[in-house]
Design a protein. Structure first.
Length: 159
């Protein structure tokens, strides 16, 4: 449902008054569930017909009140009226968030793996140094090929 509203926009040259119709239901629901993406998604799905075609005034109000940006690419023109598909915009934003999360997880995993490998390399270097300083050449050769023996020496030397 659209509600008639008059609002003022203050700017350095004075005040701009405008009468408009705004879908306050969509604005209030978006604000109410802004922190609960799952609930907001359910509300939009239950009211798909309304949220998939919000008018440009409601879009403007969502940007101001709820800090929700609905890009121009979601604009639909029907019978000469500008509408915006908020459902698709929300879905795309969530997918982008998932993709960013996956990319971040992969990056962190790679960094963690590199750190583990670096630590293993340092541990191995220390073992090799100890074996060389102790003239344990046979052990040195075996450590390079026998992983079980290498682990045994790590424990034995407390590395």
């Amino acid at each position: 449902m659209l509600y008639k509203m008059t609002y003022a926009d203050y700017y350095p040259g004075g005040i701009f008054w405008e009468r408009t119709f705004v879908g306050w239901g969509q604005v209030f629901e978006t604000v109410r569930y802004a922190k609960d993406k799952e609930k907001l998604s359910n509300v939009m799905e239950e009211n798909r017909e309304i949220y998939s075609r919000i008018d440009s005034e409601t879009r403007k109000m969502l940007e101001v009140v709820a800090n929700v940006k609905i890009p121009e690419k979601y604009r639909i023109v029907e019978n000469g009226e500008e509408m915006y598909n908020m459902c698709q915009a929300f879905l795309d934003m969530r997918l982008e968030g998932y993709e960013e999360g996956i990319a971040k997880g992969i990056t962190e995993g790679i960094e963690k793996r590199a750190l583990i490998e670096t630590c293993k390399s340092i541990k191995m270097a220390r073992l090799i140094m100890i074996l060389m300083q102790s003239d344990r050449e046979e052990d040195l050769e075996r450590v390079l090929t026998d992983e079980e023996y290498r682990e045994q020496l790590f424990r034995e030397l407390e590395l």
